[in-house]
Design a protein around this ligand. Structure first.
Ligand code: A2P
Length: 282
């Protein structure tokens, strides 16, 4: 990957720009609009939002006001837990499309798996949601579909359906690389995306990462974003600060050595959201 517009190819051939602009915890309104407009100015072409973030209307406003054609942008959203199931997912999709003011979506994800901790029929619930996603995909209103926060056992049933997930967006950063899930995805042709590639900022004070970043004369944020790319994972860094938005886009002029990659890959868990898809259901 050499620029923000280089792409990963999904299993259906659709291409996804290799760094996405995250909007989790970005408040709606001017902050959201301005940060997305700035990101597009800096070269990002991939924007990641979700119904539950509460900022889809502002993301839609930003798309309208930025200087790039809709077709040049890659827009992702997600169906939230309260809308799981067939009819509810179809309705949630319409609301998302109306808030985003779009007539097609590039990628739609099931935001969080229904799991055995809360539901006896968790697998059936996920399959019903998936059936709606599949139908929307086949109708052409979504270019690609996938999941988020799914562990291998959550994906198993979906892998047996006609259209298989093309993406899994998971928490991924140094100390939390979810190797088993990533291996499963790679084996099954599923592109892995990293939410919170900076550990929602928690990575930035880690001494090991600070030392490694110094060697390359980059920030820990840039190191973490580059770390994802070199592991074949698509990072979705979030920022509402113009200087950081620009900094996070500048990750193509250095390469982390194999030894440093190995050291970061071997780091034990030290910080993260602590959210476990098997036991957390919000
Ligand atoms: P802000 O949005 O106020 O600029 P993640 O992408 O892992 O969720 O991390 C997002 C958090 O990290 C936000 O709090 C964001 O702050 C902060 N952040 C993003 N980029 C940088 C950067 N380059 N340097 C320092 N903090 C950053």
């Amino acid at each position: 990957m050499k620029t923000l517009t280089d792409t990963f190819k999904l299993s259906n051939g659709y291409e996804i720009p290799c760094v996405g602009f995250g909007t989790w915890q970005t408040p709606s309104g001017e902050v959201c609009i301005d940060s997305i407009v700035k990101a597009v100015e800096c070269g990002y072409r991939h924007i990641d939002t979700a119904a539950v973030y509460g900022n889809e209307k502002s993301v839609g406003d930003a798309i309208k006001s930025c200087q790039v054609k809709r077709e040049e942008l890659f827009i992702t959203s997600k169906v939230w837990n309260s809308e799981r199931g067939y009819e509810t997912t179809l309705a949630a999709f319409e609301k998302t499309m109306s808030d985003l003011k779009l007539d097609y979506l590039d990628l739609y994800l099931i935001h969080w798996p229904a799991s055995a901790y809360r539901f006896e029929n968790w697998e059936e619930i996920n399959l019903n949601t998936w059936r709606a996603m599949t139908e929307l995909y086949k109708s052409g209103r979504i270019k690609a579909i996938g999941v988020s926060n799914f562990l291998p056992h959550h994906m198993d049933a979906l892998m047996k359906t006609e259209i298989k997930p093309m993406v899994n967006q998971i928490e991924y950063h140094p100390g939390q690389t979810q190797n088993e899930t990533v291996e499963y995805c790679k084996r099954n042709g599923i592109v892995v995306e990293a939410w919170s590639p900076l550990g929602t900022g928690r990575m930035l004070t880690n001494e090991t990462l600070i030392e490694i970043a110094k060697k390359y004369n980059v920030s820990v944020a840039q190191l973490c974003i580059r770390f994802c790319l070199q592991n074949g994972v698509l990072p979705l860094p979030k920022s509402v600060t113009p200087s950081r938005i620009k900094e996070n886009a500048d990750v193509f002029s250095f390469e982390i050595s194999a030894a440093d990659m190995a050291e970061i890959n071997a780091m034990e868990y030290f910080a993260g959201s602590g959210l476990d898809p098997d036991t957390e259901d919000f």
